[in-house]
Design a protein around this ligand. Structure first.
Ligand code: HEM
Length: 502
């Protein structure tokens, strides 16, 4: 038999055979790897894609995982393409994974975004657990996000949140304000000024990099589920988009670093993150790329989380008018003698603190934490977990576990009144900031931002639903992705009750 490669039909036949062969070999290798997990309960997998189809059909992975866990148990295996996950949905198993096996699970799984946007995984979120990560973590906790530093950014919180309130006051009356949008923009302003200073803030805002990084960070990428198929990096769109964002980041951050080095950014009363990082760089311990990677973390992990928490707090307060009235009575009692929100008196805001705690239980902004991966094989609950397994802890489900919470599906800030449960990751049923070695280093800063803006919104304004809308019609749909945002913006009518003193 003779092949004539010049005829299109022969070429198509040859390519189809090659594709078939490739798919068959891939199928064999994926199935072989999957065998190592066959002893762990989990939903039935399909050839080649595993359980990817389940992810495509869901809007909220944390809800899907809770539903699946009810059927398959609190330790469940999920296969997304070539990647094997264990999903943990009980307090006892979370303790085993995040406390007992903390060091073994102290790495993050690789991914296209982490490699490209996080400067080859040299940021704090993605850096492999080891000396470099320890150094960055120390810089973040002792220098960038310490109590002293968070206090030094007080004037930024005051100014930017006052701007937000002025914007709200201008649409006072009967026009509903897009509170979600305003909260997110204000949060970008607060974090960006702290990160790069007042002078260079505008450059970051104009570049839209923050929105782009957040979008990439909260999505799922096909190429990440098939790491052995390098071709996917070239034929899917997302990696191109990421490369484009990276080029923008490089241009932007190089300019900002240069400007700081030349001393053209000296008008601020506080040291911004770039100032601090450049000082540390003097001993040669970090490079320019390391500085840029830290900035990416600050923009990606720091901005959306605080705004999302505030958005949900306002949503729940609108749905619970008695709670709203109680919170407003408190903030007005505390600040009325001054006529403005003053951080010096925050110790007196007991009820507001309970509202924030309850919001972070009910709507944790990072409901599945950030995935981890184990370096060595281990055993959890009698199941052998092969090395290289990705771990997801469903913190959202733990925060609603009826074994630990009375009326878990209700928003009741008072539940924390007599409780010793805090944010520090010691009580595994409450993990808004994660737990163990890789828990959030920005907790103090994030909480300071949420507390300040919430106090201002409640002190200066009364809030009404858009005309004709009833409380139970308030939309609470969640957006798709790994962060728990509202799908549609929260629109409310602000009514100025206490003047805005500049
Ligand atoms: C309300 C606000 C915030 C919430 C709810 C939050 C939540 C979280 C969660 C759940 C994790 C994963 C922890 C784990 O894997 O166990 C995390 C990690 C992280 N967060 Fe936050 N975060 C907030 C604010 C911030 C801020 C303001 C910053 C920085 C400016 C920040 C920076 C980071 C970093 C760098 C990590 C990775 C730490 C590591 O891997 O070593 N976060 N955050």
């Amino acid at each position: 038999m003779e092949f004539n490669f010049n005829t299109p039909s022969t070429l198509i036949a040859l390519l189809s055979s090659l594709l078939f062969l490739f798919t068959f070999l891939k199928y064999l290798s994926i199935s072989k790897a999957a065998n190592r997990y066959s002893h762990i309960p989990g939903p039935k997998t399909l050839p080649l894609i595993g359980n990817l189809h389940l992810m495509l059909l869901t809007a909220a992975p944390h809800r899907l995982f809770r539903r699946l866990a009810a059927k398959h148990g609190p330790l469940m295996h999920l296969q997304l393409g070539e990647i094997h996950f264990i999903i943990v949905s009980s307090v006892d198993l979370a303790k085993q994974a995040l406390k007992i096996h903390d060091v073994n699970f102290a790495n993050r799984p690789p991914g296209v975004a982490q490699e490209v946007l996080a400067y080859n995984m040299t940021d704090l979120v993605a850096a492999p657990y080891g000396d470099y990560w320890r150094m960055l973590r120390k810089i973040c906790t002792l220098e960038l996000l310490s109590t002293r530093r968070v206090q030094s950014f007080r004037s930024i919180r005051e100014e930017e949140n006052m701007n937000l309130c002025k914007g709200l006051a201008s649409c006072e009356g009967s026009t509903p304000a897009n509170l979600s949008e305003k909260l997110h923009l204000s949060s970008y302003d607060v974090i960006t000024r702290a990160a790069v200073g007042t002078r260079t803030k505008e450059r970051v805002m104009e570049s839209s990099v923050i929105a782009n990084i957040s979008e990439v960070g909260s999505g799922f990428m096909t190429a990440d589920f098939y790491p052995s198929m390098k071709l996917l990096r070239w034929i899917t769109i997302a990696p191109y988009k990421i490369q484009r964002i990276r080029r923008t980041l490089d241009r932007l951050f190089d300019g900002i670093i240069e400007q700081h080095r030349s001393g053209a950014d000296v008008d601020d009363k506080f040291e911004d993150f770039v100032d601090v990082l450049l000082k540390i760089q003097e001993d040669g311990s970090i490079t320019n790329d390391n500085i840029k990677a830290v900035l990416v973390d600050v923009f990606s992990a720091g901005t959306g989380t605080s705004a999302t928490a505030t958005e949900w707090a306002m949503t729940e307060l609108m749905k619970n008018p008695t709670t709203l009235a109680k919170a407003q009575e408190e903030v007005r009692r505390v600040f009325d003698d001054k006529g403005y929100v003053d951080e010096d008196k925050f110790e007196e805001l007991n009820y507001l603190k309970l509202i924030i705690k309850e919001t972070l239980r009910f709507h944790p902004p990072t409901p599945l934490l950030i995935p981890r991966i184990n370096t060595e094989k281990c055993e959890i609950n009698g199941y052998k977990i092969p090395a290289g397994t990705s771990l997801i802890v469903n913190a959202w489900a733990l925060g609603r576990d009826p074994e630990y919470w009375k009326d878990p599906e209700k928003f009741i800030p008072e539940r924390f009144e007599e409780s010793s449960i805090d944010f520090k990751g010691n009580d595994l049923q409450y993990l808004p900031f994660g737990a163990g070695r890789r828990m959030c280093p920005g907790m103090l800063y994030g909480l300071a931002n949420v507390e300040f803006i919430l106090a201002m919104l409640l002190y200066h304004f009364d809030w009404k639903m858009p005309s004709g809308m009833k409380i139970d019609e308030l939309d609470v749909t969640e957006a798709f992705g790994s962060s728990l945002k509202r799908k549609n913006p929260l629109r409310l009518v602000p009514i100025l009750k206490r003047p805005l003193r500049v």
